[in-house]
Structures are given as structure tokens and as C-alpha cells.
Design a binder for this molecule. Structure first.
Ligand SMILES: C[S@@+](CC[C@H](N)C(=O)[O-])C[C@H]1O[C@@H](n2cnc3c(N)ncnc32)[C@H](O)[C@@H]1O
Length: 259
């Protein structure tokens, strides 16, 4: 990761106004912008943090993208979970290196990538997706961000409820599906006692429905929260919150599987 840029690497180009451009570097390749072009060769062999200029005089600094940059930039089929929510999900659902994690639906793969990184090569992540076009998009996103589909990840075509027939057991389960109460029996059968379920939902009505169904399905210690993130403008003359913020994304409900 700390090596100089090479062919095939992705580079995030940041301009003076904070605009971001994600490019895959190729020998002889060209980046086109409203302010002229930049030859990829100017970055190949150079370290991150290098400053370059387009033919039209736009100054750019190049870094490898962070996961948060990738999630905001990657092509979407389904709506992704934003970086501000990915962090709390990993901590509140207690996803640890080596964990066996069940996920649905894969969607565009944003949470899948965060989970695969968090569990590492000693873990196992099985992610179900009912829609083929979403699974294919997610597979392409995972491969683009992580370099390949990592060995700890299995992208499965089908409904999460199919997991019941496999007899597999998991330590953690993360749901980003619109009707999680319909899959609770399958999740309860697959989760070890004490296992953590995290469900991400956009509306209060869905949360109320889920929380009403969880105790009967064998879950306890319920917590629901949302995360608000307010960015700040910090300049020489004024330090204040940004005028705009993302007002709402989703609620996270956490529950523990009873023994
Ligand atoms: C909002 S998207 C998930 C986005 C994903 N968390 C991400 O960060 O990119 C919801 C996905 O769940 C899938 N889905 C809905 N119900 C499902 C089920 N019972 N089993 C598997 N996938 C399901 C949908 O097809 C859709 O792609």
C-alpha cells in the first residue's frame, strides 16, 4: 500500500476545491478534465501525495482512495450504506477478525467490502443477494476495491432464507433488506447463542415492525440508534458547520441471539 503508484493502481485525484476524481492508472493512459488532461505516466512510479498539474493548469494531489472514498465513488445498483454508518455498524455489531458473518442483501457491496476487511483472511463472510444484476455489480465493486474477491468472502445467489438448509453457523449477521422480520427464523437458526444481529433500515415504521418481531424470534438486548455526522468548514476567517449535511440515512437495530 505504501509503494509508488504502478500500472493498474487506482488513484484519487484531489483538486484545490476539494473535488475528487477516481482513476485507474495505465501506462500511456490519459485523465480528461474540464481543465485539460493529465498523462497517467506523470504519476506512475511516484509516491502518494505527489502534486501534478493538468495541461489547463489545474493542480491535483494523488492518493490511493480510502474505503470511504471508494464507497461514495463506486458504481451502484442498490443504494449503498454510507461511510458514516459503516463504522458504527462494524463496532455496534462487534465484527471482529476471524468472525463468521452472514449478510443480506449484498446490494452494491459497500457493507460487504467493510465486513470482508474487518474479519480478515481468517474469517468467513457469506453474503446473499436475490437479484443477479446487484450481485454482479457487487462482485465488480469488491474486485475493484480489494483487488480480487478475497478468499474469506462467498457471494451467494439467492434469498437469505436459503441459509437454513445449509446448516451453517455464524457469529454475526448483518441485514440490509426491506423486510427483515420475514427472515428472522432463518437468522435465528444460523446464529450462535450470543451472536449479534444488526439490521439497517431507512424508516421508523420498519424499525417498529422489526423490534416487535425480534423477542418472539429469540432475540434480546435490543438497541436502536441513528448516526448524525456534521462536517465543519475550517478556514482562516470562519470556523463553522457546513451549511449542508446528510439529514437522514438509516436506523441501526442491534439484537443478541438468546441461548
Ligand atoms: C439496500 S440494498 C443493500 C445495499 C448494501 N448494504 C450496500 O451497502 O451496498 C438491499 C439489497 O437486498 C436485496 N434483498 C432483499 N431481500 C433479500 C433477501 N431476503 N435475501 C437476499 N437479498 C435480499 C435486494 O435485492 C437489494 O439488492
Amino acid at each position: 500500500m505504501s509503494a509508488p503508484f504502478g500500472p493498474g493502481d487506482r488513484a484519487l485525484l484531489l483538486d484545490q476545491r476539494g473535488r475528487r476524481y477516481l482513476v485507474r492508472l495505465q501506462s500511456g493512459g490519459t485523465f480528461h478534465s474540464h481543465a485539460g488532461t493529465l498523462a497517467h505516466d506523470e504519476l506512475l512510479g511516484r509516491s502518494e501525495g505527489t502534486a501534478v498539474e493538468t495541461t489547463g493548469g489545474m493542480r491535483l494531489v494523488a492518493f490511493r482512495p480510502r474505503l470511504a472514498d471508494d464507497v461514495l465513488k463506486m458504481p451502484r445498483g442498490a443504494q449503498v450504506i454510507y461511510p458514516k454508518d459503516l463504522g458504527p455498524i462494524l463496532i455496534e455489531a462487534d465484527v471482529f477478525p476471524g468472525a463468521r458473518v452472514l449478510e443480506a442483501g449484498t446490494g452494491s457491496g459497500a457493507l460487504t467490502i467493510a465486513l470482508a476487511r474487518a474479519i480478515g483472511p481468517t474469517g468467513r463472510l457469506v453474503s446473499y443477494e436475490v437479484r443477479d444484476e446487484h450481485r454482479e455489480r457487487a462482485a465488480a465493486n469488491v474486485a475493484a476495491v480489494l483487488g480480487a474477491i478475497p478468499p474469506q468472502l462467498e457471494l451467494r445467489a439467492g434469498d437469505l432464507r436459503d441459509v437454513a438448509a445449509t446448516g451453517e453457523r455464524f457469529d454475526r449477521c448483518l441485514l440490509d433488506v426491506p423486510e427483515p422480520w420475514t427472515v428472522l427464523d432463518a437468522v435465528a437458526a444460523a446464529l450462535e447463542p450470543g451472536g449479534v444481529l444488526g439490521s439497517y433500515l431507512p424508516t421508523a415504521g420498519q424499525v417498529q415492525h422489526l423490534v416487535g418481531a425480534l423477542p418472539e424470534a429469540g432475540f434480546w438486548h435490543l438497541e436502536t440508534s441513528e448516526t448524525l455526522r456534521r462536517s465543519w468548514h475550517v478556514g482562516a476567517r470562519s470556523v463553522r458547520p457546513e451549511h449542508r449535511m446528510v439529514g437522514h440515512t438509516g436506523f441501526l437495530t442491534i439484537a443478541r441471539r438468546l441461548g
